[in-house]
Ligand binder design. Structure first.
Ligand SMILES: [Cu+2]
Length: 159
């Protein structure tokens, strides 16, 4: 028999799992797959990539309206020139692109997929990615109050 404490423990664990993976899990159930290295075009050459710079400020992305071409490599540097930390969120967008890597001053993460990113004031991050699914993706800063101040944009993936 499971005691009251045991049951409580399971509920806490379950809530923790929802917090950690609930949203991606829901996406998976709706038929959205997580990008894998298989999505990456075999002949991709990031030395031929289109470089793009996106400034984070208090409270904007500049540029905020970006069109990316499907199946082309991009090297996108996010540069937080603002005085505050900001993030960049949109679950559908991050399920429409495949990453090669994410590079910061501290090092590099090789991964086909991320869910969001966060930049401290004065920091930069460079994303190596290939857009894979056409669409119009509304991106925004999820830090409370920032989107309301105008920190949002549209990233489109076009053929
Ligand atoms: Cu922000």
């Amino acid at each position: 028999m499971m005691g009251r404490a045991g049951r409580f423990g399971i509920i806490v664990l379950w809530l923790g799992m929802i917090a950690a993976g609930g949203i991606p899990g829901a996406w998976a159930e709706e038929g959205h797959e997580d990008p894998t290295t298989e999505w990456m075009p075999k002949d991709v050459d990031f030395t031929q990539a289109e470089p793009l710079n996106i400034r984070f400020d208090d409270y904007s992305y500049e540029p905020s309206d970006v069109a990316l071409k499907k199946d082309r490599p991009y090297v996108i540097t996010f540069d937080n020139v603002g005085g505050l930390s900001h993030d960049f969120v949109n679950m559908p967008f991050f399920h429409a692109v495949v990453f090669d890597k994410v590079v910061t001053a501290s090092g590099r993460v090789n991964t086909p997929h991320i869910h969001s990113l966060y930049l401290q004031s004065g920091r930069k991050m460079t994303l190596y990615l290939v857009p894979k699914k056409t669409g119009r993706y509304e991106v925004f800063c999820s830090i409370p109050g920032h989107r309301k101040e105008g920190m949002e944009g549209v990233f489109s993936i076009v053929d």
